[in-house]
Design a protein around this ligand. Structure first.
Ligand code: CA
Length: 410
């Protein structure tokens, strides 16, 4: 092994996720994370180590063109990287400047995200929101068990982990009033999600079938899909999410190849009633990925407020993709598909403050003794996720986002 990998590292030899980094004002390059380090993959290609990778695809500042080479090549790269890292007499040893510390580089958005779609695929989350926003008796709308419900989000405001965002302002309806007001959102929330990144283009008019879907998925990231619940509640009827959602979403820096997650595949919840044939699938298509969310108030220790798992999802990624394209809608390399908030059955596994505080009727204690129903200014939200099985650990690192006060626009 050319570098020491800490025992509990998310970035084990089984992971090898891709990201975009720079040093100082230098160019944006492709890196591959290993332990606390990363390998300058762009420089490896420049040195002719990966003859199957054209130089121009590693110097665009995003992963899109590299991903678009296709799985045959990207999986060959993966195997070769593994060999290079494991080999004590590796070629990499002669170029120590190609092995960098993650703490010494700046990370950037890994892909140019053309389109962003957000699903709503956790039964527990959809039920909880239905109970709070609508009618407890009819929490789940009649379509929910038949359709992986989703909407088209906005990609321009998706930012890399570590970016600070401002509390959004907007229109809300005060309690017991029918006259809306304009002001800061008072119910700012996170949503614990994962997202997958499309690695292969589909043709307009041609649906992707569930059994082909994995060919179209390059990898996954963690995703914090910020939500302003008070803006959302007033605006969402009848067309769904808009300004309560599109002000910001954070993604983690390292794209974990879907192949690295294969060993964590598990059976998902039973789908009842049976889904239509185009949504049927074979095999275990959920993923056992442990997730957690922490809130860190300014100058205070973090407090873990939720522990959930990606395996709880009712609809899996293959079904989401089959549904997304069943009408002929095409997908492109770099498109991002959010899972929807990942909540489990236990209260401690709820993936949003809306659910954890039950629409503000309960408080959550922070490490400094303060309490939260929703998020305060200067709170930092940290999400982590990893799978672990048979001594193999593959993780996403963290996605971190800090809330700054609203900008004064008046
Ligand atoms: Ca969402």
């Amino acid at each position: 092994m050319i570098v020491q990998i800490p025992k509990d590292s998310d970035f084990s030899i089984h992971n090898l996720p891709y990201g975009i980094f720079s040093i100082g004002n230098g160019p944006k390059k492709i890196g591959v994370a290993i332990g606390d380090h990363l390998i300058d993959f762009s420089a490896c290609v420049e040195n002719g180590i990966f003859s199957n990778v054209p130089l121009q695809v590693v110097n665009t500042g995003v992963l899109n063109d590299f991903i678009a080479l296709g799985k045959k090549i990207t999986n060959e790269v993966r195997s070769k990287l593994k060999e290079l890292i494991l080999d004590n007499n590796s070629w990499l040893k002669t170029y120590p400047e190609l092995i960098l510390k993650q703490s010494e580089v700046e990370m950037h958005l890994p892909v140019h995200i053309g389109d962003y779609t957000d699903f709503y695929s956790s039964l527990e989350h959809a039920t909880n929101v239905g109970v709070m926003f609508r009618d407890p008796e009819k929490a789940l709308l009649p379509n929910w068990r038949h359709i992986p419900v989703g909407y088209h989000g906005r990609s321009s405001s998706i930012v890399i982990s570590g970016t600070e965002i401002h509390r959004p302002c907007g229109q809300t309806l005060p309690k017991d009033s029918d006259i809306p007001i304009y002001g800061e959102s008072k119910r700012l929330d996170f949503e614990l999600e994962t997202a997958f990144i499309i690695g292969k283009e589909s043709k307009l008019g041609h649906p992707v079938k569930t059994n082909e879907a994995l060919d179209y998925i390059f990898g996954m990231v963690l995703f914090n899909d910020w939500s302003a619940r008070d803006i959302q509640k007033w605006e969402y009827v009848p067309l769904g999410p808009f300004l309560g959602k599109n002000f910001a979403s954070h993604i983690s820096a390292w794209v974990v190849p879907i192949e690295a997650l294969e060993i964590f595949q598990v059976e998902g919840p039973k789908q009842d009633p049976q889904v239509l044939p185009y949504l049927q699938f074979e095999g275990n298509k959920n993923y056992d990925i442990q997730l957690e969310v922490a809130i860190k108030p300014e100058n205070c220790e973090e407090k873990i407020v939720s522990r959930s798992n990606f395996k709880f999802m009712y609809w899996n990624m293959e079904q989401q993709l089959a549904h997304h394209t069943v009408n002929g809608c095409n997908i492109k390399v770099g498109d991002l598909m959010g899972s929807g908030t990942i909540s489990g059955k236990e209260e401690s596994s709820y993936g949003s403050m809306l659910e954890l505080s039950w629409a503000g009727s309960k408080t959550i204690a922070m490490a400094d003794g303060t309490e939260r129903k929703f998020l305060n200014d200067y709170d930092t939200v940290i999400m982590r996720g990893h799978g672990e099985k048979d001594g193999v650990r593959v993780g996403f690192g963290e996605v971190i986002g800090k809330i700054l006060p609203a900008l004064k626009n008046e």
